[in-house]
Design a protein around this ligand. Structure first.
Ligand code: MIC
Ligand code: SF4
Length: 642
């Protein structure tokens, strides 16, 4: 039987398990990437494993998130990351070289290979036909050490693209349409594979926008074929030798399929506060805008910035708003400088920010109180921008630029004919921002500042799990709710005792104090608990505070894995209505946990406050059970298991 692209790559990398949807499968990882906000922990964990060199074909450490350097913390992290990379055989992309996913696409991604990254937008490289997945830092550390990555074999959903995008309609509008149809939990347990005649009409940067924001569907990853367009892109990067063709067999089958007609697609926009809250731009046109931001790993390619410049050329940013532009990489920055596009952006009055995540993760450019901010980014969760009552909308760079000129939400088609966008046929390739690992690792000394605190340890799982309900949450709680980021908190990513003070901070400012005073406890929630970022701090910091279990209606994949990796039990209600029958501060007890898990039996939870009981279930693989018994993946790996 013919195979689709995802099945081909999985079959070629399978080192254990079964390829039937729902079964456990272990994959060999060819490449890894880390970024600084998750990377310091990943490398501390790698160090704790006691290996001498990474065992992957290519591992790259990027610095792109923590760039404000308002104190010594960020710079200390950068120095640690640079030294640890040199010692252990990792390429180091220096601060200023660009956003991890954009730079990886440009310089390292290879069609048909596997990539594991400690960032949820790692699927960006699916735009060139990689099987690129996000994971917690600890999973990436294990992969750097040569261990496989364990997933539940996803279903493959085909998005069949027909026709051709009309002027002013973009890759961003394709993924917003997919989000509109499937929702932020529609991709859970699935790989989204793009196919059909429409694929050939899309460039690699357009495809990468689509696969990047597939993370917002909760999907394991998203992938495009590797075809002539991919070859063209790799040729521009002077990496044509890395190109291989990759396509689904003519008789390939899929578990599900949806069809999108590109001809009829219109400019779309995600409204506050969820990436799937999508409507046509026309439906909200006229809304006053206070801020516009173009950039982020979703939309900061050479094309994105060139088209933004072409729209702004000869015009001024509306006096009622502030506009920022962030090039995705040094390569893009240099190319818009050489082509003159940068001059058009500067003259328009837009503010240029260095190549980094910046406002996307709330590192600067927090909007004013109650502001409407239209961004070409991928997430608009409440408070993520740094301003709790800001209203963040997500749209294409074209829509953003149109809003920047008019001062109100504007369908770019109302600007008239598309400006002519001419991209250079050749760009300067300069890898001076990427430092290869040291030739003589023994001589490299790892530099740790006071912000780099040792990893907290977790004890093996006890037979009885008990504690008060510390917090009861609703559906779609994001890791931004659990462990917020932003300029105040992000610098503490290497210091778990310090960062843990901010767990659930925006939902309950007393959460951390309360948890510590009670000696830990249990968190309960609704559907899709832990969606969004891959940050393992959303498990590690609660672990430090003594959180022993999370009971919810369902979990997002990466966060569930992170909870297991740090020895916190992710359990689901057998009867979802039981959530309504429990409340914060009630005391829960689960007995004989280890025996029940070993026997595969559901667990009974006794609510000591009400005297009632309810059942919870789980779907752990034998390996996940062993990890939980050991008190997390690090203990499990140190004991010699993979
Ligand atoms: C994000 O977009 O939320 C981040 C910041 O890139 C995270 C990683 C992190 O929290 O460090 C992600 O997407 O995984
Ligand atoms: Fe950085 Fe934003 Fe992309 Fe996350 S989504 S990697 S914060 S640019």
């Amino acid at each position: 039987m013919g195979k689709n692209i995802a099945q081909k790559i999985i079959a070629a990398h399978k080192v254990g398990g079964e390829m039937t949807p729902g079964a456990a499968v272990a994959l060999k990882i060819d490449q890894t990437l880390t970024q600084d906000a998750t990377g310091t922990m990943a490398y501390l964990q790698f160090e704790a494993m006691g290996l001498e060199r990474v065992k992957t074909e290519r591992s790259v450490s990027y610095v792109d998130h923590n760039m404000l350097q308002a104190g010594f913390e960020n710079a200390d992290d950068h120095r640690y990351l640079q030294s640890v990379a040199a010692k252990y055989g990792v390429y180091f992309s220096r601060p200023g070289n660009g956003i991890c996913h954009q730079v990886h696409l440009e310089r390292f991604g290879v069609p048909g290979k596997t990539l594991l990254g400690s960032d949820s937008h790692t699927p960006t490289n699916g735009g060139i036909g990689m099987l690129a997945m996000g994971a917690g830092g600890l999973d990436v550390a294990v992969a750097m050490g040569g261990g496989p990555f364990h997933i539940t074999m996803p279903k493959i959903l085909k998005v069949h693209l027909e026709g051709k995008l009309q002027p002013w309609v973009t890759g961003k509008d394709i993924i917003l349409e997919v989000l509109r149809r499937l929702s932020v939990k529609g991709g859970v347990g699935k790989i989204i594979e793009y196919g059909g005649p429409g694929v050939a009409t899309l460039t690699v940067p357009e495809r990468a926008t689509v696969t990047n924001m597939g993370a917002e569907l909760g999907a394991t990853t998203s992938i495009f074929p590797s075809d002539d367009k991919t070859r063209e892109y790799m040729k521009l990067q002077k990496r044509e030798k890395d190109w291989v063709e990759l396509k689904a067999d003519p008789d390939a089958t899929y578990d599900e399929e949806i069809i999108i007609d590109l001809n009829t697609l219109e400019p779309l926009i995600a409204m506050p506060h969820s990436p799937d809250n999508v409507v046509k731009v026309r439906e909200v046109a006229g809304t006053k805008v206070d801020q516009v931001c173009v950039g982020s790993c979703t939309n900061s390619s050479l094309y994105d910035l060139t088209v933004t410049a072409a729209i702004l050329k000869g015009k001024s940013v509306n006096p009622g708003l502030s506009m920022t532009v962030t090039p995705g990489s040094k390569q893009v920055f240099a190319a818009i400088s050489a082509s003159g596009a940068l001059t058009d952006i500067i003259l328009s009055g837009a503010r240029i920010i260095e190549s980094a995540c910046g406002p996307c993760i709330g590192m600067g450019q927090a909007p004013s109180s109650g502001a409407v901010s239209v961004r070409s980014f991928n997430r608009n969760f409440i408070g993520r921008s740094g301003t709790k009552d800001a209203k963040v909308y997500l749209a294409s760079p074209e829509t953003c630029a149109a809003c920047a000129i008019t001062g109100v939400i504007t369908d770019p088609r109302d600007l008239g004919a598309m400006p002519k966008v001419v991209l250079p046929t050749e760009i300067k390739i300069d890898d001076a921002g990427i430092l290869p690992p040291a030739k003589d690792p023994a001589k490299v000394e790892i530099i740790r500042g006071p912000n780099i605190q040792p990893l907290p340890q977790q004890k093996p799982l006890g037979a009885t799990v008990f504690g008060d309900i510390l917090l009861k949450t609703g559906d779609n709680i994001t890791t931004d709710h659990i462990m917020p980021a932003g300029a105040q908190i992000l610098p503490l990513r290497s210091n778990i005792p310090a960062i843990s003070k901010f767990v659930f901070y925006r939902m309950d400012p007393n959460f951390a104090d309360n948890a510590l005073a009670k000696g830990g406890g249990i968190v309960v929630g609704g559907e899709n608990y832990g969606q969004g970022s891959s940050r393992e701090h959303a498990a590690l910091a609660p672990m430090y505070l003594g959180v022993k279990a999370v009971i919810s209606k369902s979990f997002a994949r990466i966060h569930r894995d992170n909870l297991i990796n740090f020895g916190i039990l992710p359990l689901t209600f057998k009867n979802p209505d039981d959530l309504d029958k429990i409340d914060a501060n009630q005391r829960l007890v689960l007995e004989n946990v280890i025996d029940h898990l070993k026997a595969g039996k559901d667990l009974t939870v006794k609510n000591e406050t009400t005297g009632k009981t309810f059942e919870v279930t789980y779907n752990f693989t034998p390996r996940q059970k062993e990890i939980l018994f050991a008190g997390g993946l690090l203990n499990y790996t140190k004991a010699g298991s993979k």
